[in-house]
Design a binder for this molecule. Structure first.
Ligand code: AMP
Length: 631
């Protein structure tokens, strides 16, 4: 393991030289003067004075050597369509889209909100934004109107880019009515809405003057050429909202130069994809994995990326492996939940296709349980690489790094700290490092490496307060995850330290779901906890106190109320946040100072001991939870 260890050690001990060398993987229009400015901890400014552009690195710079190579292969099993774009064709499309945005008055530093299904135009829009120095904020298509409105009001976009509908499991999901509702409630609605009309919704409402048809605008820009805006390395490239302890999502802000360098480097050293080879990432552009490993990293690397709209089991559970075979995929990136879904199907589907070109299956986003990892390894015969990171980091924090050294992997562990990350497990109360096998908070000693979030959009103080102020006695970035390290140096991630839950790899704040439930006028208060689920990892379960208990006194009344609560969550947050169960109680377990005892509720819901209850205000509340769980 010496070569990984040396590499990691050098990345921290000799930071400037290390990252200067990695920075040579991308093009700089103006070279940087300084590798790192860390004069104002914890704010790290990477590649000071260097000017570059993400779109140039992802598209233009490959034109000289790989213009006819496939850049983006779109496949939809929802609409039975596909489209292939070479680097030259991608360049032309991105230029057209950039010209369309420019014509709407979008310039450097302006925000563009992208609320799109997994179609090529979403990729064009993202690349077009960064081309002209505009900052994109992609919102996952599963989020509902109220969530969308919150994100609109925080980022104040000039333009919203959307589509008439997405498709899931053969059913259209109408985006446009959600956009209309979000714009109705937003305080800072954008002046223009550009719609990619897939003709999936013939009844799509349109607001004249505001709603614009992308195909029409694009036709006016067929031969457009829009130069790349050369941005100082620290200029924001995008904002991506993520959930935390509070109800208000945080806008994770990413820079330009550091992000490009980290992604380029990770393709070689972690994901082992060469230029010209193919990567297939099954996430969605609405998540960080989609940003980094569907769009930017494979393209910056001169590889081919696959963009897939569809489920892993439609038309049959062999679809992914068919895609892998037909496209000579070298590295695949997916989630443990998706593998657990496949594990429930006939194992013959896993053997239907020739996977001899596939070398790695990387899995992240949630804990990868050992049986699932073992099953995937046995059925596919490829290296399964569990790796750990988060929206904030933008690229892996813990992972095997086979491009440096092919270290043995242990099931259940995302291996070791990635180079550039000074990972430490700290005791939550003392801030001291914990020993081998002891549980500690997974922290990163700043400066955070290139690629990580640089601040919270519009709120530097919130960045410092949220992430760097929780460990006593030292400046440390908290991931809000618990972990242990064994005697061989392997890490094991044990779950969140805060009230964030992980449903099928999607991160949700229990506070956010509670606020959504309370949007129902009949609910007085509610506690939402994440409960272990064999398929999705966790599911949200709600314990609600209704204002008028007679409404839920009969089974029928309770069923009606339950349905209304779920509809409210769908409307406020989106179906991804819908509680798996809603129980009605008249009292919630709280401390004497009024703090909800979520951990105790969660323990009871999972059949565990509720822990120390000396601070509980009224023990009867726990009895109610127990009784509710028995029904
Ligand atoms: P997100 O920001 O949505 O990507 O969610 C990040 C969170 O997902 C982390 O803070 C962890 O709680 C969890 N997570 C991501 N990858 C892993 C992994 N490989 N093992 C365990 N938990 C993970």
């Amino acid at each position: 393991m010496s070569s990984y260890r040396d590499f990691h050690r050098r990345s921290l001990a000799d930071r400037a030289d290390f990252w200067r060398e990695e920075a040579a993987l991308i093009d700089w229009q103006t070279p940087f003067d300084e590798v790192l400015d860390y004069a104002k901890p914890p704010f790290a400014h990477w590649f000071v004075g260097g000017r570059t552009n993400l779109c140039h690195n992802a598209v233009d710079r490959h034109l000289a050597t790989r213009s006819d190579q496939l850049a983006l292969h779109f496949l939809s099993t929802e609409t039975d369509t596909s489209a292939r774009y070479t680097y030259a064709e991608l360049h032309a499309e991105v230029n057209r889209c950039a010209a369309v945005l420019r014509a709407q008055g979008v310039g450097c530093g302006d925000r563009v909100l992208i609320y799109m299904p997994m179609i090529p135009e979403a990729a064009f829009a993202m690349l077009a934004c960064v081309r002209i120095g505009a900052i994109h904020s992609v919102v996952f298509g599963g989020f509902a109107a109220a969530s969308l409105a919150t994100r609109i009001d925080d980022a104040k976009p000039k333009v919203l880019f959307t589509s008439d509908a997405g498709m899931r499991g053969g059913k259209p999901i109408h985006y446009k009515p959600l956009v209309d509702e979000a714009l109705r409630i937003a305080r800072h609605p954008p002046s223009a809405v550009i719609i990619v009309d897939r003709h999936l919704d013939n009844a799509m409402p349109r607001t004249p003057g505001r709603d614009l048809d992308y195909a029409t605008l694009r036709a006016e820009q067929t031969n457009a050429r829009v130069p790349c805006e050369w941005l100082e390395s620290s200029a924001p490239s995008y904002i991506l909202y993520t959930s935390g302890t509070t109800g208000k999502p945080k806008g994770v802000q990413r820079d330009t130069g550091g992000y490009a360098v980290a992604l380029a480097s990770s393709m070689r050293r972690i994901f082992c994809v060469e230029p010209g080879e193919t990567m297939f990432t099954t996430s969605d552009i609405g998540w960080v994995v989609g940003h980094s490993y569907i769009i930017y990293a494979p393209l910056i690397n001169g590889s081919t990326t696959i963009m897939y709209e569809g489920l892993p089991i439609r038309p049959d559970p062999a679809i992914w492996w068919k895609i892998v075979e037909e496209n000579n995929v070298k590295t695949m990136f997916s989630s443990p939940t998706a593998i657990r879904v496949l594990k429930k199907q006939d194992p013959a589907y896993m053997k239907k296709h020739d996977l001899s070109r596939l070398k790695y299956l990387f899995l992240a986003g949630e804990p990868l349980d050992e049986p699932t990892a073992r099953w995937a390894s046995d059925s596919l015969g490829v290296a399964i690489v569990d790796h750990y990171w988060q929206t904030e980091s933008g690229w892996p924090i813990l992972s095997a790094q086979p491009g440096i050294e092919d270290t043995p992997r242990k099931f259940g562990s995302p291996s070791f700290p990635v180079y550039g990350y000074d990972v430490k497990l700290l005791h939550e109360a003392t801030g001291e490092e914990v020993g081998t096998g002891e549980k500690g908070v997974l922290t990163i000693t700043p400066p955070l490496p290139p690629g990580c979030m640089t601040t919270v959009w519009g709120d530097d103080q919130r960045f410092v307060d949220t992430y760097f102020s929780t460990v006593p006695g030292r400046l440390a970035y908290s991931t809000f995850d618990w972990a242990t390290r064994d005697a061989d140096g392997y890490y094991f991630v044990l779950g969140r330290t805060d009230d964030v839950i992980n449903v099928a790899g999607h991160r949700l704040g229990t506070r956010e779901i509670e606020e959504a439930v309370q949007a129902h006028a009949g609910i007085a208060e509610v506690a939402v906890v994440g409960v272990a689920d064999p398929l999705k990892g966790q599911i949200p379960v709600a314990f609600a106190v209704v204002k008028d208990p007679t409404r839920v006194a009969s089974p029928e009344g309770a069923a009606t109320m339950r349905r209304e609560v779920l509809d409210t969550v769908d409307r406020e947050l989106g179906a991804i946040a819908r509680p798996g169960q809603v129980h009605f109680v008249t009292l919630l377990p709280k401390t004497r100072s009024g703090k909800l005892l979520r951990r105790s509720i969660q323990a009871l819901a999972e059949g565990r001991d509720p822990g120390d209850l000396t601070t509980i205000e009224d023990p009867a509340a726990l009895e109610q939870i127990k009784a509710a769980l028995r029904t």
